[in-house]
Design a protein. Structure first.
Length: 335
């Protein structure tokens, strides 16, 4: 009898563990559970419960959320849960006027974001959230739809944003005009091109440091090997292109007068020369290759106390011989 009881006890432990895991899964996924209208307490809650169309839309969102969550794993699974929590919080804060209309718009946008960012479906969302911190400093990590298939990019972005916390004082000091609520940093990764084994992007960092009472900005082209997640610096891929080299001069001559910049308020200027952007930097600060194998180079230049980037596409015959043999496959013309 005692032996039977011990066996029953041993079986009960795994069952208890499974029950706890299921409970935890339901708890962490709870942000999208259907609203209990008997406990409605906020203007958003009442708008949903008092409007049949909103109630149906809310229920649909819950179904889409759980169906999508079920198909995710790892970092993308966690990102969907966290982004849902943040979306619910933001909706409560933003929907204060014309609440019903605001909630309807918010639900539509969230459905589109889940479809594009987590289910790989078409939609109108152009940027997906991959990291968020709402306490000081406010930190946001954005990327293109589909970036989730490169977990190493999300890990790198998260690590860099967390490291940025140390750069902020988060101290409000009226005497020097420092308002900690403005301390923020946003990192945005935009896709430039994908080749077999390679992904290239344009990285932008924007923010505000209240201690200096000034915004900051930086941008750079970057390429990573997808198998290793390794960043490929320009000097690694183009070892012959050094300061003062004939190869560098050839490349610069081929793009002088073809530089494009995006500055300040998003104004785009093209057909610029190196002299017109007042840059002393002779070496590119970044590179990328697009889907066709064309090379894009970025050159840093200062403007309004911030750092911007001028980009130009280099004719293939002006650079291909300078590429290290191991990396020429990334510049092979698309078949």
């Amino acid at each position: 009898m005692r032996q039977f009881q011990r066996r029953r006890y041993r079986l009960a432990l795994p069952l208890l563990a499974i029950a706890l895991l299921l409970f935890a899964a339901m708890w962490f996924a709870a942000p999208a559970m259907a609203l209990d209208c008997t406990r409605a307490s906020t203007p958003v809650d009442h708008a949903i419960c008092d409007t049949p169309a909103l109630k149906a839309a809310d229920a649909r969102l819950g179904k889409v959320y759980f169906a999508t969550l079920k198909g995710l794993a790892g970092v993308n699974h966690d990102l969907l849960i966290e982004s849902q929590r943040l979306w619910l919080t933001n909706r409560e804060e933003e929907c204060v006027d014309d609440v019903a209309a605001c909630v309807a718009k918010s639900i539509d946008e969230r459905l589109d974001a889940i479809a594009v960012c987590y289910a790989g479906q078409p939609g109108t969302t152009t940027a997906c959230s991959y990291f968020t911190q709402t306490t000081c400093p406010t930190l946001v990590g954005l990327g293109w739809p589909g970036m989730g298939k490169y977990p190493f990019l999300i890990d790198t972005m998260t690590s860099e944003l967390k490291h940025a916390i140390d750069e902020f004082d988060c101290i409000t000091d009226p005497e020097i005009g420092a308002d900690a609520s403005q301390d923020s940093e946003t990192q945005t990764l935009d896709l430039v091109g994908e080749r077999p084994g390679l992904v290239c992007l344009n990285k932008q960092v924007d923010g505000y440091y209240s201690g200096a009472a000034h915004p900051f900005h930086g941008e750079v082209l970057q390429c990573y090997e997808t198998a290793t997640g390794q960043l490929l610096p320009f000097e690694t891929v183009f070892p012959k292109v050094t300061a003062g080299s004939d190869q560098l001069q050839k490349i610069r001559d081929s793009i002088d007068g073809e530089l494009t910049t995006t500055c300040c308020d998003g104004d785009i200027t093209d057909a610029l020369t190196f002299a017109e952007i007042y840059t002393d930097q002779t070496m590119p600060n970044g590179w990328a290759t697009d889907a066709s194998g064309a090379l894009q180079l970025g050159f840093e230049y200062p403007a309004f106390g911030r750092s911007f980037q001028a980009i130009a596409t280099v004719p293939r015959d002006a650079f291909i011989d300078a590429v290290a043999p191991a990396y020429r496959k990334y510049f092979t013309p698309a078949q």
